[in-house]
Design a protein around this ligand. Structure first.
Ligand code: URA
Length: 244
């Protein structure tokens, strides 16, 4: 594959486009052991050995991060008003990274960020049904009839009712909490959890996504923190959205 040398260095977070161009002109970048002084030069990022100040650079085509999205941050790459999830990646924020799907600004929890457009497309395809699980804190206790309605599918003003959801009340210290519920959805409509609870006369006062496909949010990640997916997690995610 052919990639411009300056772009290659940017994607590895060596510096901004103008900084890496300056490094190249200074002669501190070498390709195959020979200083490369032209930023427009094309390299084969998979087979060429590129060094920066003598240190070899390892290129990775795709990156995958699990983030615990905090409140008040938008699931976007750019925004004129609010901070974005991509800006939370700091030095890891490559130009081509984006969030897979969206969580509302006030919603926290599992957000996948990647530059793998093909996987993102498959994860979001409605026909593949990658499950998402949410922990919702409710304004009122949820009764049996409402649980049965959510499990059957409710009218949220779309063409069809929602698909059946899995609903589980939580227990805390052995006591059933009717106002804390785990909801697993097999689809992802706009504001879906909030609208489903509204449809049964309740209100979501706090919402966190705790699982995405077969992956659970790492409890070690505090809001705003992220880490790379392990090889096993990535394999599980790819398996979740394979063609059936
Ligand atoms: N359901 C919602 O209401 N909001 C989200 O962000 C995700 C699911």
């Amino acid at each position: 594959m052919d990639l411009r040398l300056d772009r290659f260095l940017c994607e590895l977070n060596i510096g901004t486009r103008s900084q890496v161009k300056a490094f190249i002109r200074q002669g501190v970048v070498a390709v195959g052991g020979v200083p490369a002084t032209n930023p427009d030069r094309k390299i084969d990022e998979l087979s060429d050995t590129v060094t920066f100040r003598g240190k070899p650079l390892q290129y990775r085509r795709y990156v995958y991060y699990m983030m615990n999205k905090p409140e008040g941050v938008v699931s976007a790459t750019r925004d004129n008003v609010s901070r974005t999830v991509v800006s939370l990646l700091g030095k890891d924020a490559r130009e081509d990274i984006f969030p897979v799907g969206r969580l509302d600004k006030d919603v926290t929890g599992f957000l996948l960020l990647t530059n793998d457009g093909d996987l993102a497309h498959r994860l979001l395809a409605p026909k593949r049904h990658v499950d998402k699980t949410y922990l919702a804190v409710l304004a009122h206790g949820l009764g049996r009839p409402e649980i049965r309605r959510l499990e059957a599918g409710v009218d949220i003003g779309e063409e069809r009712p929602t698909l059946p959801a899995r609903v589980e009340l939580l227990t805390e210290d052995g006591i059933l909490r009717e106002d804390k519920v785990l909801l697993t959805l097999h689809e992802g409509k706009f504001h879906q959890v909030k609208r489903m609870l509204q449809a049964v006369g309740n209100e979501v006062v706090g919402l966190q996504r705790v699982a995405f496909g077969g992956l659970r949010l790492d409890p070690k990640l505090r809001p705003g923190e992220y880490r790379e997916l392990t090889a096993e997690e990535l394999a599980a995610l790819k398996d979740d959205c394979r063609e059936v």
